[in-house]
Structures are given as C-alpha cells and as structure tokens.
Design a protein around this ligand. Structure first.
Ligand code: ZN
Length: 233
C-alpha cells in the first residue's frame, strides 16, 4: 500500500478547496436570507412606528379641538357675565372662566408635549424608511454579486469533484469505503498531513510503530484523532 505523499497532499488540497467552494455556495443564499429577514423586521418596526405617529397626531388633534371648545366656552361665559343677574351668578360664571383657563393651560402643555412626540415619531419613521431602502439596495447588490459568482462556483465544484475522483484512485480498494465514510462525515478534515511523526491536525505524536508503518509507505490512521494520515514531503 504505497502512501505517496504528494498525491495524498493533492487529494487533501482538492478536498479543502471543495469545502471552500461548497461553503461559499451555501453562505451566499444564507446571507441573502439573513439580510431579507432584517428588512422584514425593519418593516414590522415601521408599521409599529407609523401607528404610533398616527396615534400621536390623532391625540394632538383631539386636544386642539378641546382647546378650541374651551376657548369658545370662555367667550360664551364672558358674554354671560355682562348679563349676570346677581353677585352669586357672577361668581359662578367667573369660577367657570377660571376653571376653563386652567384647563386650557394644561391642554396647551399637553399639546406641546404631543407635538414633540409627533416630531420624534416622524423622525423615527423616516429613519426606518431609510434603513429599509438602504438594506434593500444592499441585498440587491449582494444578490447580484452572488448570482454572478455562483455559476463560476458551480463550475469549479463540478471540476473539483471530477479531480477528486481521479485523485482517489490512490486510495487502496480495501479502505475505499472507510475513506468515503470519513470524507462524507468530515470533508477535508478526514485527512491529515503528518510531519516528523506528528499529526498536523491534532498535533499528537504518533507511536513509533505507526511512524514506521507510515514511513514504509502504509496508509495509517492517526491514533488520536482518527484521520487518514499522509506523509509530508
Ligand atoms: Zn491526529
């Protein structure tokens, strides 16, 4: 069983490249999805903020109406003052005017507060809209770039699979099945280069016996991490 170092290293490198290409093909759509999810969240946020803005506007309008009605009431009361038949009636009307004035002062403060809330909510709505539109632009650019790259990646993936098949002819038939299982489970992590009797993945020193077997061209597995070892050249 010859363990031709350079051939195994090439096979290992092919597996490493295959993994990189596969990762890129998976990562692209995953990142697009993630960005789309963020846009959907921002859109939900926008709905909430727009509802808030609407509520603040409605509340402001309502308070403005209240204010106008109090104003009208005061005008009415002042007219009645002139026709007050008694001192008692005069006092009652004056009391109403004072109460309306106090209520108006409170309303005016509240209106100011609501106007501030409207301004703030409006700003937030604008920020949200801007965030959505820039995120949409970002995802569009990202998706286009990925689409352009994807064809090349698919082509490279097919090439690598063919090259790996060719390179795998160095794997003895009796361990082919075991090798396939390892590769399916761990990808490029199924193999490890060894240097001076040390596995370059787990850095565990192999036994003298394993070292001898490897040096004499046998295929061995690392006793510590179980990877297929090949000799560094
Ligand atoms: Zn190891």
């Amino acid at each position: 069983m010859p363990s031709a170092g350079p051939d195994f290293r090439r096979l290992h490198q092919l597996h490493q490249e295959l993994k990189k290409v596969q990762d890129q093909l998976v990562r692209g759509p995953r990142q697009i999805k993630l960005r789309q999810k963020r846009i959907a969240e921002a859109q939900e946020d926008l709905v909430v903020k727009e509802a808030e803005l609407k509520e603040f506007r409605v509340e402001t309008d309502k308070k403005n109406l209240d204010l106008k009605s109090k104003e009208a009431h005061i005008v009415e009361s002042k007219q009645k003052l002139n026709g007050a038949a008694s001192n008692r009636e005069y006092q009652i009307i004056t009391g109403r005017i004072d109460a309306d004035n106090a209520a108006m002062a409170v309303l005016e403060d509240e209106i100011l507060e609501y106007l501030e809330r409207v301004d703030l909510a409006q700003e937030e709505v604008e920020q949200c809209k801007q965030k959505i539109s820039s995120s949409e632009e970002d995802v569009r650019i990202f998706a286009t770039a990925f689409e352009e790259k994807a064809d090349g990646l698919q082509k490279r993936l097919a090439e690598l699979k063919t090259s790996i098949k060719d390179a795998e002819t160095i794997i003895p038939t009796e361990i082919r099945e075991q090798y396939q299982r390892l590769v399916e489970a761990y990808g490029p992590g199924a193999m490890s280069e060894s240097s001076d009797g040390v596995c370059m993945i787990c850095f565990v020193q192999m036994t003298p016996q394993t070292k001898v077997l490897l040096n004499s061209g046998n295929l061995v597995y690392c006793g510590a991490c179980g990877r297929l070892l090949y000799q560094s050249q």
